[in-house]
Design a protein around this ligand. Structure first.
Ligand SMILES: [Zn+2]
Length: 162
């Protein structure tokens, strides 16, 4: 999936867009660590948690099956196009902090393992409001009722080749 215009406008580090909520130290972004002050600021001003621009009415939350059952998320609301982009190009969280994972079709369905034997589906919860619970590193997002959920297999069909 190509970078949406909003993502293209973000600063880039080694060719990768730097989400507006990340910790950046000496010009080097830590792709695994959100800056909690920035996150709080995004919540207060109603900004997209990926590109940092103002959200419109319809927003997307990226999460696994548990989130899709509870409507609770660790990551904040995004523009739909930003959520779709994040879905296809999410950073490694296993030490290779400056590398984005490019999903292959055979991995997209099972790219996050709940246990070694039980793959977890991912989806985008689309809604038009949300609120937060807790603060700092424990902040969670409670999404409004889902208008729809875009599942990994459907997202791959629609956007996987672009
Ligand atoms: Zn955005």
């Amino acid at each position: 999936m190509r970078e949406p215009k909003r993502i293209q406008r973000l600063p880039h580090f080694r060719g990768l867009p730097v989400p507006s909520t990340l910790v950046v130290e000496d010009g080097v972004p830590d792709f695994t660590t959100p800056d909690h002050d920035k996150v709080a600021e995004h919540v207060r001003r109603g900004l997209c948690h990926l590109c940092g621009e103002r959200l419109r009415r319809e927003v997307g939350f990226v999460g696994g099956v548990v989130s899709m059952n509870t409507g609770m998320f660790r990551d904040g609301p995004m523009h739909l196009e930003c959520a779709r982009y994040a879905f296809f190009a999410c950073p490694f969280v296993d030490g290779q902090k400056t590398t984005y994972r490019r999903l292959r079709e055979d991995r997209v369905i099972a790219h996050r393992q709940a246990t070694p034997h039980r793959p977890e589906h991912m989806g985008i919860w689309v809604c038009d409001w949300s609120t937060t619970l807790g603060s700092g590193p424990r902040m969670q997002f409670i999404a409004g009722p889902a208008i729809r959920v875009e599942w990994d297999c459907e997202l791959w069909r629609r956007f996987g080749d672009g």
